[in-house]
Design a binder for this molecule. Structure first.
Ligand SMILES: NC(=O)c1ccc[n+]([C@@H]2O[C@H](COP(=O)([O-])OP(=O)(O)OC[C@H]3O[C@@H](n4cnc5c(N)ncnc54)[C@H](O)[C@@H]3O)[C@@H](O)[C@H]2O)c1
Length: 264
């Protein structure tokens, strides 16, 4: 399933990608598999995970789906165990699962919504450190990638607690990089600008109720990106592949903008 004539860049590696049933995660899982990795397609939506895994296998790659809720420690423990039982090791984990906040006034966000954002977008990293990092360390090291957002670096109004959760992801990335370096685990983050995924549609639904309003808002987002378009899942897959590969062996604690210049 190699995508080019060079040797596959993730040959022999085993990767978990969370939130891989859709959007960025699905593109990352597919790209990793094309580059020789065996991929665990981990998502809270089992049907979505199964679909993506079947697509990878159908294209000649190695993948299995595993249901997970990244906000639950026991669930992440099961994911780590499933991965080593299935593929014998664990080299890469992309903490990509996340949820959005609907754009709207800051005082309209209920405590339960705040807690859910933090549990899925931030506490998931705590569970990764507890359940995934020790397995990697025991195997001689690995790579953890955290999907952050350009909003961590250049927040937009109306999305305060989502922006905050992603700023925490960048902070956690640097601290995890320091504390896990002695275990030969590199930790980096990806900071994408808006992309046409179900998550973006959910975020916009707070501001737009008609198709025409959504199109106008989308055009506004696009106009704010110097390179003139939104992020594509393939942009994220390319950046994740580089950071996960041995070409990035000396990079850790890096929060890489994948944003067409939005945060300059
Ligand atoms: N799309 C954007 O505009 C955008 C911009 C910047 C950053 N991001 C970030 O990119 C990541 C992926 O987002 P996307 O746009 O591909 O979204 P998406 O909605 O297409 O996919 C997210 C996936 O995560 C899964 N998921 C949700 N909660 C989960 C949980 N608790 N456990 C396991 N899986 C869970 C969903 O089922 C879904 O398949 C998120 O972290 C998001 O914050 C997205």
């Amino acid at each position: 399933m190699n995508s080019n004539s060079q040797s596959p860049r993730l040959a022999g590696k085993v990767a978990i990608v969370t939130g891989a049933g859709s959007g960025f995660g699905a593109a990352i899982a597919l790209r990793f598999a094309r580059e020789g990795a065996a991929v665990v397609v981990a998502d809270i939506d089992p049907a979505a995970g199964d679909r993506v895994a079947a697509g990878i296998v159908g294209a000649g790659g190695q993948a299995v789906a595993c249901a997970v809720d990244v906000a639950q420690g026991a669930s992440v423990e099961r994911l780590a165990g499933f991965t080593t039982q299935t593929f014998g090791r664990l080299d890469i984990c992309v903490n990509n699962a996340g949820i959005a906040q609907r754009y709207g006034p800051i005082l309209d966000v209920a405590e339960a919504e705040f807690d859910r954002l933090m549990a899925i977008n931030v506490k998931s990293l705590f569970w990764c450190v507890h359940a995934i990092a020790p397995v990697m360390a025991a195997g001689g090291g690995g790579v953890i990638l955290n999907t952050s957002s350009a909003s961590a670096l250049r927040p937009r109004p109306g999305s305060a607690w989502y922006n905050t959760s992603k700023a925490a992801v960048n902070g956690a990335t640097k601290s995890m990089a320091l504390d896990l370096a002695p275990h030969r685990i590199r930790v980096c983050a990806l900071c994408p600008v808006a992309a046409d995924t179900p998550l973006f549609a959910e975020a916009l639904s707070g501001l737009a109720s008609t198709e025409a309003e959504r199109a106008r808002l989308r055009a506004q987002f696009e106009a704010g990106v110097p390179l003139g378009r939104l992020c594509l899942p393939e942009d994220m897959a390319n950046a994740a592949l580089f950071l996960a590969s041995d070409e990035a062996a000396f990079l850790t604690g890096v929060c890489l903008e994948v944003d067409g210049g939005r945060t300059i």
